[in-house]
Design a protein around this ligand. Structure first.
Ligand SMILES: *Cc1c(COP(=O)(O)O)cnc(C)c1O
Length: 337
């Protein structure tokens, strides 16, 4: 058996997160569609770290490693509305470290996108936004350059890759797999948004290590299926290897669905807007425009296509990000802008 106890970990969040039934939504869909499974929601939007989200789990292990290396500064990068950047900024506060962020302008945007939502919180949390760089910049190289500069000034930076997605960060989702394995219901499916791949990779590796046979369906938010599948597959294997196991995972055992991306990363779709409104008005739960909204649109689409059996338990993993709604005011309330 493997154990997560041997990895350095810095406590940042509220765990285990709740697993709740989506009773009203399941009832509503059952009025319309033939084969509706029992729907549940795993509330990783309630991890507690400066409005929470999936990066909190990854950061517990990443910050643990940063401490072990004697770091005094966390460096990371993401889109202007990066939830990962915002949670890293808060993690740095708790860890007593500095936080330096590089933000990439990935799409056409307005004042709300440039100033509100996550990027506003980055500043309130005291992170230093070192630079805003144009689309297509080699952000990893830019982080390495920044780290070099800070070392020259006598600092001890720790570079966290985009989304916190390396085998260390993915251990956070091995921990989530442990929570799912201990759930009081038999879980048949886990559905969630997949981007930098650490969430799905950690879940896939963790569930395999626990011999739990729930299927994990990653709904793409940026890449096409082939690219996303190979990214998740590689990281799942590397994560299992870090846990001291070889999981012999065939590539086609990684399930992804790229039909809900629309115009690209962060570009709103009608399905996303409908999904956000539906969950808000049936369950009082807020999704986000970039990740969980598209993933929920994908979940609904797969339900209407009859992918799940009515006797199955399907868990939607809410990965957080609802503060991003403020950056998309013009999408949800065009008449007020
Ligand atoms: C980062 C993020 C994701 C994607 O998780 P990955 O581990 O990068 O695949 C999903 N949802 C939200 C809200 C996120 O911020």
């Amino acid at each position: 058996m493997f154990t997560l106890a041997c990895y350095p970990r810095y406590p940042l969040g509220h765990f285990p997160t709740p697993l709740e039934p989506l009773t009203q939504l399941t009832g509503r869909l059952g009025d319309t569609y033939r084969s509706v499974p029992s729907l549940w929601i795993k509330r990783d939007n309630c991890t507690g770290l400066a409005t929470g989200g999936n990066k909190t789990r990854k950061l517990e292990f990443l910050v643990g490693e940063a401490f072990q290396q004697g770091a005094d500064t966390l460096i990371t990068q993401g889109a202007i509305q990066s939830n990962h950047a915002r949670q890293t900024a808060a993690a740095a506060v708790l860890a007593g470290m500095h936080c330096s962020l590089l933000l990439e302008s990935r799409q056409k945007s307005d004042e709300d996108y440039e100033r509100s939502g996550n990027v506003l919180l980055d500043e309130i949390l005291g992170a230093q936004i070192v630079d805003r760089l144009p689309t297509g910049t080699d952000m990893q190289a830019a982080m390495e350059e920044l780290a070099e500069r800070l070392r020259g000034e006598g600092r001890r930076p720790f570079v966290i890759p985009v989304g916190g997605s390396n085998p260390t960060g993915a251990l956070g989702y091995v921990a989530c797999a442990e929570e799912l394995d201990a759930a009081p219901i038999p879980i048949d499916w886990v559905v969630h948004a997949t981007g930098s791949a650490g969430t799905q990779a950690g879940l896939v590796a963790g569930l395999r290590l626990l011999r739990h046979d729930a299927k994990v369906l990653g709904v793409c938010v940026s890449r096409n299926e082939d690219l996303q599948r190979s990214l998740v597959h590689q990281l799942a294997q590397d994560t299992a290897a870090k846990c001291g196991a070889d999981i012999h995972l065939p590539q086609d055992a990684v399930l992804v669905d790229d039909r809900w991306v629309g115009g690209g990363y962060g570009v709103p779709t009608d399905g996303m807007v409908e999904a956000v409104r539906l969950l808000a008005t049936t369950e009082g739960i807020l999704l986000d425009p970039v990740y969980s909204g598209k993933a929920f649109a994908g979940l609904l689409g797969n339900i209407t296509e009859g992918r799940f059996k009515s006797e199955e338990n399907v868990v939607f993993l809410h990965t957080g990000g609802s503060v991003g709604l403020f950056a998309y005011r013009s999408t949800f309330a065009p008449s007020t802008t």
